[in-house]
Design a protein around this ligand. Structure first.
Ligand code: PLP
Length: 289
């Protein structure tokens, strides 16, 4: 049964709420949404003290570094996505990483290693033997074709991270200078790898003004999603009907109602970034006029 934790205006986990909800937990799952990293030092300290494994959903965080460590390698398990919007794009696919041989063996077998097909991969023989035929097989194997698309992209990761960060910081400078939008700063130990930008509408905006901003930006050629105001948004927890009894998280809701999301792929050039940044500033001015 998932227990949701509040997220603050800076898109990071509210550590007081996290700590308060930890006592009944069996495991901790941290979603580094859009590459925003919560305080992993404190999260690991609290989870370790409670004896809880930490799973990092680093699907959208490849290349992010926390305190000199690659994100996704800090908890017991890290998950990465190679879906088409991600830094490494194979159309679809993803990986789970861990340094725990039992988890690795279970994951490989459950992904669909029937009839000892795990023998194709070196290592972990003992762990694999132990789990064969004792776990269901879900046929979630990533196909060789995806791997063939992914592997030549790996040497590109460092450049994409560098370009993505340049793009993000360039646009963030213009938005912050406008006084109408505010881009939350990275935490001290965090080196970001953004392929998009998130910012808050600064000051008191009504829902109608925030919706007008979306429309005005679209009219200027830039798609903006206000997370909480776009229909059925997957980041708005009130759309997670599969949870049954939906909790109320007032801080998170307030943030989502004014937090905006714009894609900034690493390939964009400085003139294209200026076009986007200026369109956003003009749209914000028009929405507030
Ligand atoms: C934080 C986060 N978690 C999970 C996912 C899902 O990844 P996938 O579509 O590869 O399952 C995504 C992206 O879609 C994501 O951004």
């Amino acid at each position: 049964m998932p227990v949701l934790v509040e997220v603050g205006e800076d898109y990071r986990i509210d550590l007081a709420d996290f700590e308060a909800k930890l006592s009944d937990a069996d495991a901790v799952m941290i979603s580094h949404m859009r590459g925003h990293t919560s305080d992993m030092d404190r999260i690991m300290e609290l989870a370790d003290a409670a004896g809880l494994p930490v799973i990092e959903d680093a699907a959208h965080s490849l290349g992010t570094v926390w305190g000199g460590r690659n994100i996704g390698t800090i908890g017991k398990v890290g998950c990465f996505s190679f879906q088409s919007y991600k830094l490494v794009n194979a159309g679809e696919g993803g990986i789970l990483i861990t340094d725990d041989p039992e988890i690795a063996a279970k994951a490989v077998i459950m992904s669909g290693a029937y009839e000892e097909n795990w023998k194709k991969h070196p290592g972990f023989q003992n762990s694999f033997c132990q789990w064969q035929n004792k776990l269901p097989l879900y046929n979630l194997r990533m196909q060789n074709l995806s791997a063939a698309v992914i592997r030549p992209q790996l040497p590109e990761v460092a450049r994409r991270v560098r370009d993505g960060r340049r793009n993000h910081d360039h646009v963030a400078g213009v938005l912050d200078a406008s006084g109408l939008m505010r881009v939350p700063a990275a935490l001290g130990p965090e080196e970001r790898a953004p392929d998009s930008i998130q910012f808050n509408l600064a000051g008191d905006w009504t829902d109608a003004e925030a919706l007008a901003f979306q429309r005005e930006a679209k009219a200027r050629g830039v798609s903006v999603q206000v997370f909480g105001l776009s229909e059925g948004n997957a980041r708005a927890y009130w759309n997670w009907q599969f949870l049954g009894d939906l909790p109320e998280l007032p801080r998170t809701r307030a943030m989502l109602m004014r937090a905006c999301d714009v894609r900034l792929p690493a390939r964009l050039t400085v003139p294209e970034l200026d076009f986007i940044a200026n369109a956003l500033v003009d749209a914000a001015r028009a929405a507030r006029a």
